[in-house]
Design a protein. Structure first.
Length: 200
């Protein structure tokens, strides 16, 4: 029984992702998702209270895969700066994912801004990533590879650069070698974070 319920949920998510990608978030309705998934509205609302909830589940899925990859890179690197430069190597994958989904996400953000609860859920991944990088910065300071800095401020700077480059790469994919710019930009940030006191 549980297996069938999970299968239904997965069909709804797959159908929603396809519908959102084809015609955008705003233009996609619950009825269309149900038709695509081959489920009733009752089955849909059993798993998801709203279309927004479906999108949030997809967003969580998209970002979870990236987060797991970053965690693996962090665990396998000898130092925090080495881990960050390895993470920069995932930029092309992130850009490809963003090109498929960014405009849908911007549509969703426009809607979510009018609903405080949905907005809170939407920005939660950003808070999680900021926390992830802040803890990395703290670890770098502790191991001596980074100079003492405010970890929250440093994490915000890293995320700001990353989000800005994702937007640029999505809007102007042929405008630059975006993967190379990520590596160079992160190197500049790391030079500042390492400073003359860093040993690694």
């Amino acid at each position: 029984m549980r297996g069938r319920a999970e299968e239904t949920r997965e069909r709804i998510l797959a159908a929603a992702e396809e519908c959102f990608a084809r015609q955008g978030y705003d233009a996609t309705g619950v009825a269309e998702i149900c038709e695509r998934a081959g489920v009733s509205k009752g089955a849909f609302f059993h798993h998801f209270p709203t279309k927004q909830a479906v999108f949030l589940a997809l967003l969580e899925r998209w970002l979870k895969g990236l987060e797991e990859q970053l965690t693996t890179l962090r665990a396998g690197a000898a130092t925090v700066p080495a881990a960050m430069m390895q993470m920069a190597g995932t930029a092309q994958q992130v850009f490809e994912m963003a090109r498929e989904r960014l405009f849908i996400f911007l549509e969703f953000l426009n809607r979510a801004a009018r609903d405080p609860q949905v907005w809170k859920a939407t920005i939660q991944p950003y808070h999680r990533y900021r926390e992830f990088f802040a803890r990395m910065i703290e670890a770098g300071v502790a191991e001596g590879s980074l100079r003492p800095v405010d970890p929250e401020a440093a994490a915000s700077a890293i995320l700001s650069m990353a989000i800005g480059l994702v937007l640029q790469a999505t809007m102007d994919p042929e405008g630059a070698d975006w993967g190379d710019l990520v590596r160079k930009g992160l190197r500049i940030l790391l030079d500042g974070l390492q400073g003359s006191e860093a040993t690694g």
